[in-house]
Design a protein around this ligand. Sequence first.
Ligand SMILES: [Zn+2]
Ligand SMILES: [Zn+2]
Length: 278
Amino acid sequence: MECPPDYHTHTRFSCDSDAALEAMCQAALERGMSEIGITDHADFEPLDPCHGTFRPEPHWQAVQQARARFAGRLTVRAGVECGETHLYRENVTALLSAHPYDFVLGSLHWVDRRPTFNEAFFDGLTLDEGLALYFDELARLAAVGEYDVLAHLDIIRRAAYRRFGLLALDLAPHESRLRRALHIAAARGKGIEVNTSYSRKGMGEPGPPLQVLRWFREEGGRIVTLGSDAHRPQAVGADFDRALAAVRKAGFEQLTVFNQRSPTQIRLTDTDTQREEK
Ligand SMILES: [Zn+2]
Ligand SMILES: [Zn+2]
């Protein structure tokens, strides 16, 4: 079977990437994908490095050019990765009304002015205090934020890794918090992604871990996407074999793609089963 679509990729329209949009598309083709989701950063938190840097018009034009160039070979989905959409509702509404985006990744990059992506998050907090703060806010984003898929819902791993040197988190003490967020997302018909960027940052397995994927399924979740969070072409589709194996082990038989915010399930085939057993 072809490689599943990568639904979390960045280009030079993100403040932290130099990649040409068409180079990301070309990489997806070369990995054997028939579809890619471009999800550049649109962040509204003033402290965020990408705040105020997203340029919707040239981004949209570049997506249209890529669609024309790769027509018949690769479907190019226009996505956007938005931070804290529960707090910046008017900004997000204005952004999404300008163009018919295919899907929205909802991210929690900041909680109470603390960056979830680096060790400063835990300043003055124990590990469990920080995790509680993060997962409670995740539930609020899940409940009232605008998104189709919650991106890297365990991004707090990155901060914990850098502050405490932890490669994996013991999430058992936070199961009820996490289940609440997952239940809310599932009840709203929203999804989560398996993000494979952690291994590129020296942290091993894709996230969230299998246990959390199982909780999502138990809470009624049915929408899952894979995302490399690639900021350069070489990382497109990275580690998707491991991500796909985890998705199947958790009991999901489908992945989801989006067209103008409308989800479609794509069935994982027997071929995938064989591949995960390698
Ligand atoms: Zn992110
Ligand atoms: Zn991202």
